[in-house]
Design a protein around this ligand. Structure first.
Ligand code: FES
Ligand SMILES: [Fe+2]
Length: 342
C-alpha cells in the first residue's frame, strides 16, 4: 500500500515547465514523460520505451509523436506505436506505453495517476485564488527528499516559523496567538486570529498605511495533497473577521506536495495576492524571497527524513501544535483505506 491516494489529481508541473521538449518526472512512483502537442495540450506517458525500456524522455519529438532514441520506435501521443524500429515491419498497435490523463488549471499541469475511467476534471482541487479575477499568482518548484506528508505537517503548523524562519518571516507573536483546528467537509482548517496588533513590515507595506491591524492566518488542507494558507491584515474597525476578510490586503500561499517516492516529493509553491496585482517586479521579488523561505523548510525536512530513517525504532509524536497535520494525515489514510477518489 502506498502512502498516497491514487485516484486523484496531482500537480505534475507548472504550466511553463512543460513545452515541446520532453520533461521527465516521477509522479507517485510512476516515471512519466510530459510534453506539449502542437495544439498545446499536454501528453503524459510512462517514461519507458515498450521495447527495451530506454526512457522516452531521451527521445526525439516528431509532430505530436515521440521517437525512441535507441532503436527508433515511434509512439503517438496516445502512447500507441506508429512506426516499428524496422520500417519494413508492420506496425503492431498493441505495442504501447501507458498514457495518463492530464488537465491544465490554476497555472498547473495536473495528472491523474489512478484508474483513467475515474479522471473527472471537476475533482481538481479548487485552488481558486490562483485564477480569480483581481488576484495575481506566481511561484516556483523545489524537489524535497522527504515524505510529502512531512511538508503537510510543516505547513499546517506555522509555529515552526519562529525558529526555522527566524531570519525571514518568523514572528514571536505567532506563538502567543491561540490556534483552533477544525475538520470540515471542505478540508482541515487551522486558524489564528491576531486582533489589534502592529502590522509586520511586509503587511504594512502591502496595506500602505500605519496603525493597528487585525491579522489572520488560516491553513487549509485539501485532498490529496494541497495546503492553502490564507494570510493578510485589515485595519482595525474595517470589519474583517476570521470567516470574512476581504477588507484589507490578502494573500493565499499555495502549496502542492506531489509524492515522487515514499521519501521524496515535488513541492510546488507560490502566492496569490489581491494587492499591487500589476506590479510584476514585486511578483518577481516576492517569488525570490519565498523561494529562500522554502529552502529553509527543505533543509529541515530533509534532515528530519534522514533522522527518521536512522532511528527506525522511534516514531513521530504529536503535540497540540500538530493537530492540523494529524487530522490531514487521518483524512489521507481514510481515503487510501476506502479506495476513495480525492
Ligand atoms: S529501446 Fe526504444 S526502440 Fe529500442
Ligand atoms: Fe516554513
Amino acid at each position: 500500500m502506498t502512502s498516497w491516494v491514487s485516484n486523484a489529481w496531482y500537480v505534475a508541473a507548472w504550466d511553463a515547465e512543460v513545452d515541446v521538449a520532453p520533461l521527465a518526472r516521477t509522479i507517485c512512483g510512476v516515471p512519466m514523460v510530459l510534453y506539449r502537442k502542437l495544439d498545446r495540450s499536454v501528453v503524459a506517458l510512462r517514461d519507458a520505451c515498450p521495447h527495451r525500456l530506454l526512457p522516452l524522455s531521451l527521445g526525439l519529438r516528431e509532430g505530436d509523436s515521440i521517437r525512441c532514441r535507441y532503436h527508433g520506435l515511434k509512439l503517438g501521443p496516445d502512447g500507441i506505436a506508429e512506426e516499428m524500429p524496422l520500417r519494413s515491419d508492420p506496425v503492431n498497435r498493441r505495442v504501447c506505453a501507458e498514457s495518463f490523463v492530464t488537465a491544465e488549471r490554476h497555472r498547473f499541469v495536473w495528472v491523474w495517476v489512478g484508474d483513467r475511467a475515474l479522471a473527472d476534471p471537476a475533482l481538481i482541487p479548487d485552488l481558486w485564488a490562483c485564477s480569480a479575477p483581481g488576484w495575481v499568482f506566481d511561484g516556483g518548484y523545489t524537489r524535497v527528499a522527504a515524505d510529502y506528508r512531512l511538508m503537510i505537517d510543516n505547513l499546517m503548523d506555522l509555529t515552526h516559523e519562529t525558529y526555522v524562519h527566524a531570519g525571514s518571516i518568523g514572528q514571536p507573536e505567532i506563538l502567543d496567538a491561540p490556534i483552533e483546528a477544525q475538520v470540515r467537509a471542505d478540508g482541515v482548517f487551522v486558524s489564528r486570529w491576531m486582533p489589534g496588533i502592529e502590522a509586520p513590515p511586509f503587511w504594512r507595506d502591502a496595506l500602505k498605511a500605519d496603525g493597528p491591524v487585525d491579522r489572520w492566518q488560516v491553513c487549509r488542507f485539501l485532498l490529496p495533497a494541497a495546503v492553502m494558507i490564507d494570510v493578510g491584515v485589515a485595519p482595525v474597525g474595517a470589519g474583517a473577521t476570521l470567516d470574512s476578510h476581504d477588507h484589507g490586503v490578502r494573500g493565499m500561499v499555495v502549496d502542492f506536495m506531489t509524492p515522487e517516492s515514499e521519501t521524496s516529493h515535488h513541492y510546488f509553491w507560490g502566492m496569490a495576492r489581491n494587492f499591487d496585482i500589476d506590479d510584476a517586479g514585486f511578483t518577481a521579488r516576492f517569488k525570490r524571497q519565498q523561494g529562500g523561505v522554502f529552502a529553509e523548510d527543505k533543509a529541515i525536512l530533509e534532515a528530519q527524513q534522514a533522522s527518521i530513517a536512522a532511528n527506525p525504532e522511534l516514531g513521530l509524536t504529536a503535540y497540540r501544535i500538530d493537530e492540523g497535520g494529524v487530522r490531514a494525515r487521518q483524512i489521507i489514510a481514510r481515503a487510501i483505506a476506502n479506495g476513495e477518489t480525492a
